[in-house]
Design a protein around this ligand. Structure first.
Ligand SMILES: [Zn+2]
Length: 358
């Protein structure tokens, strides 16, 4: 006869079992509505958790919930697995101790402090070379040859958002900023304006940090000719470890904050000099929008590299943005097809919880 522990559909715990408020809320999102009393706390009010539900709850709360981003990359402070069952070595808040014991017993796992493999926190050779001004151009030369060209076809639509333009109905408002104002963004430099656009309107809203109080307008733009773009969202096929991976270097570069702009701006200038009309680059908000996790690993190996469908995997978690060089509306390589007012009715962040100490 099968015991309840062998039955993968059997509820072992429920959301009402936990003391930690964040864990309780996360558990009720993970759990399922099911008749009957919880085998642990005997409550009928909580949402029930199977062994698999408990593991995925543990991943969200303790692994994702302790992930710390560095200058480049990021890594969780805590991991768990079956090997550490009964050998847990973390030091949680007092109110969380009983909850952890319940999770460990139900899922037969143990939590431990995770020493990340160093590539996860930016120890990636091409990335270090990009940060070194004397080696930067050598890596960028590789970027220009190893990443593919993509065509943004004539007449294909994409969007550009403006917050509070002076003349919302003036097509000129939707070009790149005037040349004298260029040099503040991820890819534009002093004297080198760039038009940022995307085929995902929600991403445009995030990227321009719009809020519900703003007057927001969205222009639908269309190229007047095929535009040649360097596609930096491509997942490179490489025969090297993560420590030597150009793919990981570029991936981390575009998920980094403004300290990285000096590098991405040099890539844009080099792409222009190589004859491209612009670049396609991964949005900083890709991970939030698609629910991806930064630098996801299995046993310390990057899933971006070792996932059986690495290409699809990378693509599923990457939102492509466009950066078109110069002032494409003024230069007539792009036209305004249409302008709309955009009314935000909801701005929401969906999140989960994590522990405060460990
Ligand atoms: Zn319960």
């Amino acid at each position: 006869m099968k015991s309840a522990e062998d039955d993968i559909d059997a509820a072992l715990l429920c959301s009402a079992c936990f003391v930690d408020e964040g864990l309780r809320i996360d558990a009720s999102k993970h759990g399922r509505e099911e008749q009957g009393d919880c085998p642990n706390c005997k409550s009928s009010a909580g949402r029930k958790l199977t062994k698999n539900d408990i593991k995925s709850l543990a991943w969200r709360f303790f692994v994702s919930g302790t992930t710390v981003l560095g200058n480049y990359g990021g890594a969780p402070a805590i991991q768990f697995n079956e090997d550490h069952y009964g050998k847990s070595d973390i030091y949680p808040s007092p109110w969380l101790k009983g909850d952890i014991r319940l999770i460990e017993e139900a899922a037969k796992i143990g939590f431990f402090h995770y020493g990340p493999r160093l590539w996860m926190v930016g120890e990636v050779e091409p990335l270090k070379d990009l940060q070194d001004a004397s080696k930067r151009l050598r890596v960028i030369a590789r970027v220009l040859t190893e990443y593919p060209e993509r065509i943004l076809a004539k007449d294909s639509a994409f969007y550009r958002i403006r917050v509070g333009p002076q003349q919302p109905d003036d097509p000129g408002e939707y070009d790149s900023p005037p040349t004298q104002l260029a040099g503040k963004g991820r890819l534009d430099s002093i004297g080198f304006p760039v038009l940022y656009g995307s085929q995902d309107i929600d991403i445009c809203v995030h990227e321009c940090r719009a809020t519900a109080e703003d007057e927001i307008f969205v222009a639908t733009l269309k190229p007047e000719r095929d535009l040649r773009l360097l596609d930096l969202t491509h997942v490179l096929k490489e025969e090297v470890t993560e420590f030597e991976s150009l793919d990981m270097a570029i991936h981390m570069l575009f998920l980094a904050r403004s300290h990285s702009y000096e590098i991405s701006r040099t890539i844009a200038l080099s792409a222009r000099d190589a004859g491209f009309d612009g670049v396609i680059y991964p949005s900083f908000f890709s991970l939030i929008r698609t629910g991806g996790r930064p630098f996801e690993t299995a046993y310390g190996l990057s899933l971006r590299q070792f996932h059986p469908q690495a290409e699809e995997y990378g693509r599923a978690f990457t939102i492509p943005n466009f950066a078109l060089f110069g002032r494409p509306l003024e230069n007539r390589s792009v036209r305004v097809h249409c302008i709309n007012r955009l009314v935000l009715t909801q701005i929401g962040y969906v999140g989960h919880f994590g522990p405060v100490i460990y």
